[in-house]
Design a protein around this ligand. Structure first.
Ligand code: GH3
Ligand code: MG
Ligand code: MG
Ligand code: MG
Length: 312
């Protein structure tokens, strides 16, 4: 057997085989499933419910869990309910593999959050096919979820993704005592751009500006998103005020350097942006919305001070 629940904290290699976690109190049952899957899957194992939950906390998450029902200590139904209650593990498909076969037991397993129910002794072809089905469904739902977080026009993150990231990063910054920075970026006189060049050209301009903004949010915890219309945001976790200001200025300059013609702009003959910069150290009782409001207020000032500038 390749992987034990106590080993292997390594991150997922790029082309990793799907990872199965087999949970059963009887080693002989684990061995049987290991034989079925070892050629195509990375098979991990746990011999108790507690060990299975522990595994999920400390290792790369499995893609599917094969879970026994009758186990001493925590039974499979309890394990499944715990997995489903934790946002980290809630989306992992759980297939019950059990000697129990009554309709009542099958119903209880499905109600606990299992997606399938297979009787022991397992038929290798059947269990393989059922695992494959769950992996396909999971891949499809992951794909749909990723689409739900992308802006259709520019391909960068959308407002929904930003709202989630802001809430998450705010809590994390509060825990770590680190500052959180936000840039709010708005294209100058974009209504005139559309009026002059047409809406399609306006769309292409939004795409070019989005690409430029995204290039400036390159650190692992940076997030560039389209906030709406011709407004964008950059969330910069752990950035200092000076760091955020430098990034804002580099970004403003990079958009100007696109030299995207804007003949009807009173600011410059090319497309420019105004940027509002805000940095806050989250405090207990504070709200992430305050950071948004501060960046928005700074952006408003940048507009009134003549546009094509960054204001904190
Ligand atoms: P300001 O410098 O004060 O920001 O002026 P503005 O003209 O950029 O601001 P305003 O809010 O008056 O107009 C924003 C324009 O952005 C109006 C709207 O038609 C355009 N816009 C919003 N979303 C899209 C889009 O998806 N595609 C195109 N082409 N234009 C859009
Ligand atoms: Mg058992
Ligand atoms: Mg605007
Ligand atoms: Mg604008």
């Amino acid at each position: 057997m390749t992987t034990d629940a106590k080993q292997d904290a390594s991150p997922s290699p790029p082309q990793a085989r799907p990872r199965l976690l087999v949970v059963d109190d009887q080693p002989i049952n684990i061995q049987a499933l290991h034989r079925v899957f070892q050629a195509d899957y990375e098979v991990c194992m746990a011999t108790s419910g507690a060990q299975a939950l522990e595994f999920c906390r400390h290792h790369r998450l499995p893609d599917v869990i094969l879970l026994d029902v009758l186990m001493p200590g925590m039974d499979g139904l309890q394990v499944c309910r715990r997995l489903k209650a934790d946002p980290l593990t809630a989306d992992i498909p759980v297939i019950f593999v059990t000697g129990l076969t009554s309709p009542e037991e099958e119903t209880a397993a499905l109600e606990a959050g299992g997606v399938d129910f297979i009787s022991k002794p397992v038929n290798p072809a059947v269990v393989r096919a059922r695992v494959r089905t769950q992996l396909t469904i999971k891949a499809q739902s992951d794909h749909l979820r990723s689409l739900a977080f992308l802006d259709g026009l520019t391909g960068i993150a959308n407002r929904r993704r930003f709202d989630e990231a802001l809430a998450t990063e705010w809590r994390s910054a509060l825990r770590c005592g680190e500052p959180l920075a936000l840039l709010m970026i708005d294209i100058d006189h974009f209504k005139r751009y559309n009026d002059h060049y047409g809406h399609q050209a306006g769309d292409a301009c939004l795409q070019a500006v989005a690409r430029t903004i995204e290039r400036h949010a390159a650190r692992p915890h940076d997030l560039a998103a389209r906030y709406g219309g011709e407004e964008f945001v950059c969330l910069l976790a752990g950035s200092t005020l000076a760091g955020a200001q430098a990034k804002a200025e580099a970004l403003r300059q990079a958009v100007a350097d696109l030299r995207q013609a804007h003949a009807d702009s009173p600011v410059a003959p090319h497309v420019t942006v105004s940027v509002g910069v805000a940095v806050q150290l989250p405090a207990p009782g504070g709200e992430a919305d305050a950071l948004l409001a501060a960046a928005d207020a700074a952006l408003y000032q940048a507009k009134h001070a003549g546009r094509d500038r960054c204001i904190t």
